[in-house]
Design a protein around this ligand. Structure first.
Ligand SMILES: [Zn+2]
Length: 235
């Protein structure tokens, strides 16, 4: 019976390895998918903002033209004034218009600076998006291949597992299932130097000899794992 348990453990270890391999790959592809999505969003946001800036700039151009025209008109009016009071009033109004014009020009400079930054960041993001998309394509192909290969391998192992389980009494299978779950996938271990190969607890000499002669199935008194011993080796 213990031979069948050893076989069962071997098969379950391989099944766990396959699941672990598969468990990691889809997560990595997911991460890349998320990165790709956020890059796409960022590029779209950048382009949206660039459009906004361009629209605001063209509105400003209209305002600037308007202001320049008004300033020119006031200059013309200066020639028509008849007293200092009128002169001061027009000069005042002109100062006011010039200040407004300066403000708009400063604002426009800031916008153009922001637009420059956005444009170069967009180019950068588009480049990384391109390489990320290529990488993702490769990984998706790899993942699909691994999944189909693993599915084949798994179904072969499932058949082998059933065969191995046939030779084991149901209560032992139930115990095995309990131990493998509780002991991180390792339910059957070899005795090494008279100690449990799983937890290191000392196994009594009498038990070792019984196990060696396949007289009975024994579990480690400390961790509960099934114990076995290759006959060729000395205890
Ligand atoms: Zn143990």
């Amino acid at each position: 019976m213990i031979r069948n348990l050893v076989k069962l453990q071997h098969i379950d270890t391989q099944l766990t390895d396959i699941d672990e391999l598969l468990g990691d790959l889809p997560i990595r592809v997911d991460e890349l998918n998320n990165q790709e999505k956020s890059l796409i969003d960022e590029v779209a946001q950048n382009k949206e903002r660039i459009k906004e800036i361009e629209l605001s700039c063209s509105k400003n151009e209209g305002k600037l033209l308007d202001l320049k025209e008004k300033i020119e008109k006031h200059k013309d009016q200066l020639f028509l004034v008849t007293n200092n009071k009128q002169y001061d009033a027009i000069m005042n109004e002109m100062d006011h218009l010039k200040q407004e014009k300066d403000l708009i020009e400063t604002e426009e400079l800031l916008w153009l600076e922001e637009k420059d930054g956005l444009e170069s960041s967009t180019t950068e993001k588009e480049e990384s998006l391109e390489s990320l998309t290529a990488d993702l394509g490769d990984r998706r192909i790899k993942l699909e291949r691994v999944i189909s290969e693993s599915a084949e391998e798994k179904s072969v192992l499932e058949v082998q597992r059933n065969d191995a389980a046939q030779g084991i009494a149901p209560p032992i299978i139930a115990l095995y299932n309990k131990v493998i779950k509780a002991r991180n996938g390792l339910a059957v271990v070899e005795i090494v130097n008279s100690s449990c190969g799983g937890c290191g607890a000392i196994v009594p000499i009498q038990t070792v000899s019984e196990i060696k002669n396949s007289l009975a199935v024994h579990n480690c008194g400390s961790c509960g794992r099934f114990l076995y011993k290759e006959k060729s080796e000395k205890v």
